[in-house]
Design a protein around this ligand. Structure first.
Ligand code: NDP
Length: 445
């Protein structure tokens, strides 16, 4: 494989998909050496078949708002690769969603799912519909209209969606309800379902908890842990909330949380009671993070900025892609950050990653660090197939073990001669090899 040639070709074919090109550009150079040890891979043109999704479904979603107006959004499902299991990956509802973003997410998901050790292929879907500011009835009508089309393309052994930005328990419930109505079947086709209808305990917590478990493994390699360490978290949604919860449980101090309008900084730390307030604000009242300072006036709210200029020991980006650029990364390093572990998908730009790696801090890419979410989704699929549900303790233990395994795999493939662990390389090579071997065994399909 000649990385430059492959990338130039993808760039020529998909010039309007910068996030997809960015994700592929991050992976290929790190797997090149391993790939080239296997001439049979190149002969089978494996890399092109791995980069280009198996299938893309695109459709119009029309629905009626509360004023009786007909709104139209785009709907997508990218079924990237099913070499090791059914397509699996979340659904994102956000005004910024487009095909290039979903292709990047589906590509990343394929490697991530492979890393989990569970049998899941990679996919991702979504819409440029934003639930923010919509009534419950509008969100329900949109989800139902979306499912009128998506239902034809998913199933428990075919493609199993879940949540992502803008898609939480409420949206999954509405989508699952419509899926069930249309198919006349009750199957585990969605994960992240409500607990009363097949959802797994610990699924809401899994991405955030998993990221902190991974962080703990990284800190262990330096002989330290979270006790007394200050932490910057971005976002205030699902991943951010449970990241904060686990950081608190393990003795860390959470200084910041954010949304797309700005961030809050609480020098006294966001403690359990304050986190409960944020959870209620976001999950029940669907409010904005700036309301935190009305309740806790000693904290500050910074409009239109991200939290990366604040001083702390650890940064856990948990909002969205490309939220840490090169300058933000430099500010983090200058302020003494020792570890960055990604709850979000691709939150660091290539420039930021270079800054972290040049500074030799602990840096974990999302496909390893946030794989806890999809891992517990995989466990939800197992429970649904068995028609059993496991205790929270059992699921949490398995999550813990999976994150330790992912960390060990990253070390196995990513440890450099000077001892530095390149988690990006480790995650990419480990994720790639399993998918590659499965694809080779299955012929040209
Ligand atoms: P939520 O919708 O629950 O929360 C997203 C948070 O990020 C909100 O606070 C939101 O603010 C903020 N945000 C979204 N877009 C932007 C933006 N463009 N700029 C700044 N802030 C933004 O989503 P999740 O917590 O589920 O997802 C967060 C990240 O984690 C995503 O990258 C997702 O792909 C990734 N992830 C999620 C998993 C899961 O299990 N949910 C699994 C693995 C990864 P606002 O309210 O203003 O939009």
């Amino acid at each position: 494989m000649e990385v430059k040639k492959v990338l130039a070709d993808l760039q020529r074919r998909f010039p309007n998909e910068p996030e997809y090109i960015q994700a592929v550009s991050q992976v290929l150079p790190t797997i090149e050496e391993e790939y080239n040890k296997h001439p049979e891979f190149d002969k089978a043109n494996l890399i092109e078949r791995l980069c280009i999704p198996d299938r893309i479904i695109q459709f119009r979603v029309s629905w009626m708002d509360d004023n009786g107006n007909i709104q139209t959004n785009m709907g997508y499902r990218v079924q990237h690769n099913n070499a090791i299991g059914p397509y699996k990956g979340g659904i994102r509802f956000h005004s910024s969603v487009n095909l290039g973003i979903l292709k990047f997410l589906a590509f990343e998901q394929t490697f991530k799912n492979s890393l989990t050790t569970l049998p899941m292929g990679g996919g991702k879907g979504g819409s440029d519909f934003s639930p923010r500011g919509k009534s419950n009835a509008e969100v329900m009508r949109f989800c139902q209209a979306f499912m009128l089309e998506l239902t034809k393309h998913i199933g428990p052994d075919e493609d199993v969606p879940a949540g992502d930005i803008g898609v939480g328990g409420r949206e999954v419930g509405f989508m699952f309800g419509m899926y069930k109505k249309l198919t006349h079947e009750f199957t585990g086709t969605f994960t992240g379902k409500g607990r009363e209808f097949g959802g797994s305990l610990i699924r809401p917590e899994a991405t955030g908890y998993g990221n902190v478990y991974f962080l703990m493994e990284m800190l262990k390699t330096k002989g330290t842990d979270l006790k007394g360490k200050s932490v910057l978290i971005s976002g205030s949604g699902n991943v951010a909330q449970y990241t904060a919860e686990k950081v608190l449980q393990l003795g860390g101090k959470v200084l910041t949380m954010s949304d797309s309008n700005g961030y809050i900084y609480d020098a006294d730390g966001i403690d359990r009671a304050k986190l409960d307030y944020i959870m209620e604000l976001k999950n029940v009242y669907r409010g904005r993070i700036k309301e935190y300072v009305d309740k806790y006036p000693t904290a500050k709210y910074v409009e239109g900025a991200k939290p990366w200029n604040e001083k702390a020991d650890i940064a856990l980006p948990s909002a969205t892609q490309n939220e840490i650029n090169g300058d933000a990364a430099k500010a983090l390093i200058a302020n003494g950050v020792i570890a960055v572990s990604e709850g979000a998908n691709m939150p660091s730009t290539p420039e930021a990653i270079k800054v972290f790696q040049d500074a030799k801090i602990l840096y974990a890419p999302g496909k390893a660090a946030n794989a806890g979410g999809v891992s517990v989704s995989g466990l939800e699929m197992s429970q649904n197939s068995e028609r059993l549900s496991w205790t929270a303790e059992e699921v949490d233990n398995r999550l813990h073990m999976i994150m330790e395994d992912i960390h060990a795999n990253c070390v196995k493939y990513g440890k450099e001669e000077n001892g530095y662990i390149n988690y990006v390389k480790g995650a990419n090579v480990a994720g790639f090899m399993k998918v590659a071997k499965a694809m080779m065994a299955q012929g040209i399909v």
